[in-house]
Write a protein that binds this ligand. Structure first.
Ligand code: ADP
Length: 217
């Protein structure tokens, strides 16, 4: 039997670590919800990204020191919409923000994986939009990309109230969807109804529960 490529040390021999990524609007958060319904422990780094800039946090203080108090709302919280407009119109601003947020987010999901392993959880998934772009793939046993057509992606993003140019800027800030799909171990093609999406996860989970466990035996 062929062994899978050596991924980061299997320091959690009993836990399968699953990385989930995909283009913006492809359906990663939807996948996270379906996985939870299927009994997998999941953390979505979009939630961690909010947590690391909560009012009073060192993360928020650093963002303010980099971007000024103009990115705060009257109540003291972060004006996420204003900041998003700024970073998606300036690559250097986006890099500065990522430099502040990503190490903090990374530290939180690594700590979460450690806790999950200590608790004896069999499979833990982390949803990371920029998983490949930031070089996190080796930290997982398997990476799954959630994909959809360009047309579907844009129509889902329009529902968020973004203009075509805002959508284009967000898509351009990530690897193309095809690149994420070819770099992944598995692809979930999220076109069509939710049941089709759920069925693909059922198949992948069944395969992972046997293959990853056997490959370690
Ligand atoms: P991401 O987390 O990748 O940005 P989401 O999971 O938030 O994407 O999905 C983007 C939007 O598309 C959401 O409004 C979601 O409800 C919707 N959506 C996701 N999957 C489907 C699907 N299979 N059919 C219809 N709408 C979907």
């Amino acid at each position: 039997m062929t062994r899978p490529p050596a991924r980061a040390a299997f320091c959690y021999p009993d836990m399968v670590r699953l990385g989930i990524t995909g283009g913006i609007g492809a359906g990663k958060s939807t996948a996270a919800r379906l996985l939870m319904e299927l009994g997998v422990a999941v953390v979505d780094t979009d939630d961690l990204a909010r947590a690391v800039v909560e009012p009073g946090s060192p993360g928020l203080a650093e963002v303010v020191s980099a971007f000024g108090t103009g990115i705060l709302l009257p109540g003291g919280g972060l004006d996420r919409g204003g900041l998003a407009r700024r970073i998606f119109s300036s690559d250097s601003d986006r890099r500065v923000l990522e430099g502040i947020l990503h190490p903090r987010i990374h530290q939180r999901w690594m700590a979460w994986l450690n806790r999950a392993a200590v608790e004896g959880i069999p499979m833990a998934a982390v949803v990371i939009p920029l998983l490949f772009e930031k070089g996190y793939a080796p930290e997982f046993d398997r990476v799954v990309t959630v994909g959809c057509t360009d047309r579907t992606q844009r129509s889902r993003l329009r529902i968020r109230g973004w203009s075509d140019s805002e959508i284009a800027a967000r898509i351009a800030a990530q690897w193309p969807m095809e690149g994420k799909m070819s770099a992944a171990d598995r692809v979930v093609w999220n076109e069509g109804c939710e049941e089709k999406h759920r069925c693909q996860w059922r198949r992948i989970l069944a395969e992972l529960r046997t293959r990853v466990t056997c490959s370690r035996a």
